[in-house]
Design a protein around this ligand. Structure first.
Ligand code: EPZ
Length: 417
């Protein structure tokens, strides 16, 4: 199994381009299920999760054509098998995003329940509750969600908590429902807005995306469209943290600070200088970072997907930081691995208290999930000697060509067996 070998001590410098957003691309690929016409997509990231989703859609009868490095045409005219098998879903929870579009377009769907993952139980009860409110008959049998509806009906849905893929699933389902659907307590993440923009380009009638109340007026059918996937704000934030921790000076292109306010604020609190351009961000790090405390919460607050990366930064900053994780009940798996590198972290419930140390020392560590693996890379870049990260398949799910991009910024990173 591949591992990543990092020789610490390089100061990151230079320029690198960011990729399209994984968490926007995944639901947007599923939007192809809603129409018999072709959906042409640009800026699609090359990631394992994207390949998995394309295989899943292909199994359902969706035609997939690659166009150049980051283009795709998806053809929904051959959709004939509204089933997402356990084999596919167990590798990627986001497969649940086919449920809403399939019920809306085909009148039925059979989708394996995702089950839990390293960071939490992650149930999908709100996805099911919303579809039932739209009149779908939903049963769970032998680990599969089975949903049927001759035609979904508009409904008022208030989710018990803010759920990103829950909002996306229900928004897609409501596009072809009879009447108006109102989603209250909706997720406001930029990826939800990017999906809504794509759906509107396909002829959907959606207002309020980006706020906590989304209104969808159902239509008979959707047509083809062209859409370019938004930049990946989490990939962008990850590289900014990598530069900050090494005392570097980098410029990230094909991205935007528009979706990163809370992250940029914290980086500036840590002492970084940030210059924002229309589609680029430059970060210049101080000689020594200051510790920054944070609390994760739904957008526009601080993203849980950046929590681990900031924990790695705080490991070598000046002072003590408290990190509170409020979204997932088990998202501190990286703590024990960071401590193997010499970090000083104490966990108290959903708080982690990080006391900055003068230096970290390279060691062999294990990635447990996607963002935890990013935090180990950041720590490895500043640790003395070599850090060997095991199980980096987690990384390939969400970071495109990471070792090439880091090497372009001067890091010593190598994939080894
Ligand atoms: C999305 O996951 C992202 N994934 C996650 O990114 C991200 O961490 C998360 O949103 C929060 O921002 C994708 O977009 C593909 P939620 P999602 O539903 O939608 C509970 C990454 O690293 N909940 O917003 O699955 C749930 O357990 C990944 O790229 C229910 O209880 O997250 C959690 O505690 C990791 N019942 C909370 O709500 C439900 O039906 C928020 O989860 C749905 C959610």
């Amino acid at each position: 199994m591949d591992k990543l070998l990092i020789r610490g001590g390089s100061v990151l410098k230079g320029e690198v381009a960011m990729s399209g957003a994984k968490n926007a691309a995944l639901p947007i690929l599923c939007a192809s299920l809603l129409s018999a016409d072709p959906l042409e997509l640009g800026n699609v990231p090359q990631l394992n999760d994207i390949s998995t989703m394309l295989r899943l859609l292909g199994d359902m009868g969706i035609g997939v054509r690659h166009e150049g490095d980051d283009g795709l045409t998806l053809d929904g005219s051959g959709l004939n098998n509204p089933v997402a098998s356990y084999e596919m879903v167990k590798t990627m929870r986001a497969s649940i995003l086919v449920l809403g579009p399939l019920v809306a377009r085909c009148g039925e769907a059979r989708v394996s329940l995702p089950g839990g993952c390293a960071i939490g139980a992650r149930p999908v009860d709100q996805h099911i509750k919303g579809l039932q409110a739209m009149g779908a008959e939903v049963t769970v049998e032998q680990g599969y969600v089975h949903a049927r509806a001759s035609r979904l009906k508009g409904a008022r849905i208030c989710t018990d908590m803010v759920t990103v893929t829950g909002t996306e699933n229900l928004m897609m389902a409501a596009c072809l429902a009879d009447g108006e659907t109102i989603i209250e307590n909706a997720a406001r993440e930029p990826e939800v807005v990017d999906l809504a923009n794509c759906l509107v380009a396909m002829g959907a009638r959606i207002s309020g995306a980006g706020t906590d109340i989304i209104r969808i007026q159902g239509v008979e059918k959707l047509h083809g469209a062209r859409h370019s996937i938004m930049p990946d704000r989490i990939e962008t934030g990850t590289y900014l943290c990598a530069a900050a921790v090494t005392g570097g000076d980098i410029r990230l292109t094909r991205t935007s600070a528009a979706y990163l306010d809370s992250v940029v604020d914290k980086l500036m609190d840590a002492g970084c200088e940030i210059v924002v351009e229309r589609d680029a961000i430059r970060l210049t790090a101080p000689a020594k970072l200051k510790s920054v405390s944070l609390r994760t919460a739904p957008y526009p607050a601080f993203p849980t997907d950046m929590q681990a990366q900031f924990m790695a930064m705080n490991c070598v900053a000046d002072g003590v930081a408290t990190i509170r994780e409020t979204i997932f009940e088990n998202r501190f798996m990286h703590v024990s691995e960071l401590m193997r590198l010499g970090a000083n972290i104490q966990i108290e419930g959903n708080n982690a208290i990080v006391r900055g140390v003068d230096r970290l020392e390279g060691a062999t560590v294990m990635a447990t999930d996607l963002r935890a693996s990013a935090s180990l890379i950041i720590a490895g870049l500043v640790a003395s000697g070599e850090t060997l990260i095991d199980r980096i398949y987690h990384l390939d799910r969400g970071y495109e060509r990471i070792e090439q991009k880091l090497a372009a910024l001067g890091a010593s990173v190598e994939r080894v067996r």
